[in-house]
Structure formats: structure tokens, C-alpha cells
Design a protein around this ligand. Structure first.
Ligand code: F6P
Length: 331
């Protein structure tokens, strides 16, 4: 009997449960035994492992978060933890790991692959920043939430002729801001891949006003750089929105409101497309193991289901600037 272990690592994302379910169900179909690892790599190193059966994954398709729990950080920066991991895999007769997580965890999977630990990986993060994937599991759920939030803000912003500053997640890349902003009709999108001046922002709001648009919805990604020299901005997340708010309030006559969408973007049920993506990638991960293809990430890339060598994952995937140009048409 071959035995695999599945874990979720790093930030959760909607659709991870659908991926766990797909891995388990396809594995059972092919007579693998499946162990669930609680709380990511840290749980694995604590041998927090249990045998899964079809009941474990029953009813989890529409659930947000991860039934396995998760943890952040890379415990394998300490070399001896890799030896501990190998011993644990041997002790539990685990022949391969399935690692579900975001960019940093694809890198950890790659690190473990280089240490001859048999594994496959599944890209799951709301940030959509993993290269060689069209979309990561959780991304469409997050941008749907952003779009629906902007829809709601439009009615109140237009009624009160206000400027709304909306901070979105995404880490160091602007995918959530760009695609959430594009689909929610944002009037300006500030992404970390670009730099801005406060003057550009004021002028933009003013030119909208002079064109008869008496409200503006500005989407700012959480890691946008402060748009001015001599600023008092600290790199702590969530400060960008306060920085913009203070400056726009003190330099412009507009009435301004701010909000941080925060972890609401990551919580809740997965979108239909995330459920489908997670199911495809989870099933494919087991197919890769059946074929003996370890050291790969299950992916849909350029429209095709495929396995990507984990050692190809180096930099985070940058936003599509052509889409930013399209978004600008509607500013
Ligand atoms: O990677 C997913 C993500 O939600 C990022 O968009 C965000 O920067 C980060 O995680 C927030 O992490 P935490 O839940 O630790 O605040």
C-alpha cells in the first residue's frame, strides 16, 4: 500500500479544501492510503498526522479555509529539521507529500525536492503571484469579493460625492488590486509594481471632478510604496491607506473615506472557478504521483493542465501591464 500525506502551508485560501478533497478522493480511487497533516510543516515536524478516509473529506468542497489547519514560516532553514522530516516520513511509511500553499511554500517544496524528499505541490494563494500558473487557487474568490465590495461602495460614494480609498491584499504584487479593481470599476488602481506621486493622485481626482464625476474609488494595494519623499510612512502593512488618507484630506477639498478589506478577501466559500481549479489540480497531483513525477507543481498554465518543475519557480509572477492599461481606459 502506497501512503501519501497532504498538508496546507502558509496563508489559507478559498479552495484549499476542494484541493484536499480532490487529492484524497483520487488517491483512494487508486488505492493509496492518505494521511492528513495538521498545521502545515510545523505540524508535520510534530508528527501531528492522522489517517484520512472518505468521511474526512465529505462535505468540504464549499468550505473556506483549510480543514487541516496551517502554519507560517520555513522550519527547514535549520538544516537538521530536514533530517527530522526524513525520519518522520520513514517512521509513518509516507512515500510522498502533497504540499498545498502559496509562493513561499512552492519554494520550500522546491528546497525539499532538492533534498530528495518525494513530493508534488499545488499552488494555492489569493495573491496569484506564483509563476507558471494562469491562476492560483483562491485568487478568483478574492477578486470577486473585491469587485462586489467596490459595487457596494459605488452607490454610497456617488450619493455623497466622496472619494473612497480601499486597501486590498496581495503581498508584494498587484494582482488582487488590478483584477479586483478592473472588475469592480475602480477609478484609480495603485499597484506595488509602479510608483506614484501624490500630485498625480490629486490631479486625477480633480480631473474626474471637472469631467462631472463627483466621486472616485481608489484601490491601493497593501504594499504600494509611499508616493512622496519626506514621508512618515513605515513599512508596516496597513499604513499606506492612512498615509494616503491623511495627505488627501489635508491637501484636497474632497470628502474622503477609507477602508481596509483585509482578511475578508481570504475568508469564506471558494468561487465556482476556484472549486473547479482546485479539483483539477488536486486530481492531477495524484496523477503525477502515479506516473512517478515528483518535484513538480500541478498547474494550469497557458490554458493547459501540466506539471511544472519546482526548480523553475524563482521570482513572484508580476502583474499583466496590458491589463493595467485596459483598466486605465475606465478611470
Ligand atoms: O499571502 C496571502 C496574504 O493574504 C497576503 O495577501 C497578505 O499580505 C498576507 O497573506 C497577510 O498575512 P497575515 O494573515 O499573516 O496577516
Amino acid at each position: 500500500m502506497r501512503r501519501i500525506a497532504v498538508l496546507t502551508a502558509g496563508a489559507d485560501s478559498p479552495g484549499q479544501n476542494a484541493a484536499i478533497r480532490a487529492v484524497a478522493r483520487n488517491a483512494f480511487q487508486h488505492n493509496y492510503e492518505v494521511m492528513g497533516v495538521k498545521n502545515g510543516f510545523k505540524g508535520l515536524l510534530h508528527e501531528d498526522i492522522f489517517i484520512m478516509d472518505s468521511g474526512t473529506v465529505s462535505g468540504i468542497l464549499p468550505l473556506g479555509g483549510t480543514i487541516l489547519g496551517t502554519s507560517v514560516g520555513n522550519p527547514f532553514q535549520e538544516k537538521e529539521k530536514i533530517e527530522t522530516l526524513k525520519q518522520i516520513l520513514h517512521k509513518f511509511s509516507i512515500t510522498a507529500l502533497v504540499v498545498i500553499g502559496g509562493f513561499s511554500y512552492m519554494k520550500i517544496a522546491s528546497q525539499l525536492d532538492k533534498e530528495d524528499i518525494p513530493l508534488v505541490a499545488i499552488p494555492a494563494t489569493i495573491d496569484n503571484d506564483i509563476p507558471f500558473t494562469d491562476k492560483t487557487i483562491g485568487f478568483t474568490s478574492a477578486i470577486e469579493f473585491v469587485a462586489h465590495s467596490l459595487d457596494r461602495l459605488h452607490s454610497t460614494a456617488s450619493s455623497h460625492h466622496r472619494v473612497f480609498l480601499v486597501e486590498v491584499m496581495g503581498g508584494g504584487t498587484g494582482w488582487i488590486g488590478l483584477m479586483g479593481g478592473l472588475s469592480g470599476g475602480a477609478d484609480l488602481i495603485l499597484i506595488p509594481e509602479k510608483t506614484y506621486t501624490l500630485e498625480q493622485i490629486y490631479e486625477h481626482i480633480e480631473s474626474r471632478q471637472s469631467n462631472g464625476k463627483e466621486f472616485s474609488i481608489i484601490v491601493a494595494c497593501e504594499e504600494v510604496m509611499p508616493p512622496m519623499e519626506n514621508h512618515t510612512y513605515s513599512s508596516k502593512k496597513c499604513d499606506i491607506i492612512n498615509y494616503l488618507y491623511d495627505n488627501i484630506c489635508s491637501n484636497c477639498s474632497f470628502e474622503v473615506r477609507k477602508l481596509v478589506l483585509g482578511h475578508l478577501q481570504r475568508g469564506g466559500a471558494p468561487s465556482v472557478s476556484d472549486r473547479i481549479l482546485a479539483t483539477q489540480l488536486g486530481v492531477e497531483a495524484v496523477e503525477m504521483l502515479k506516473r512517478g513525477e515528483v518535484g513538480k507543481m500541478s498547474s494550469i498554465y497557458q490554458g493547459k493542465l501540466c506539471g511544472i518543475d519546482l526548480n523553475k519557480i524563482e521570482e513572484r509572477k508580476k502583474v499583466d501591464f496590458e491589463l493595467l492599461d485596459i483598466a486605465k481606459l475606465f478611470y
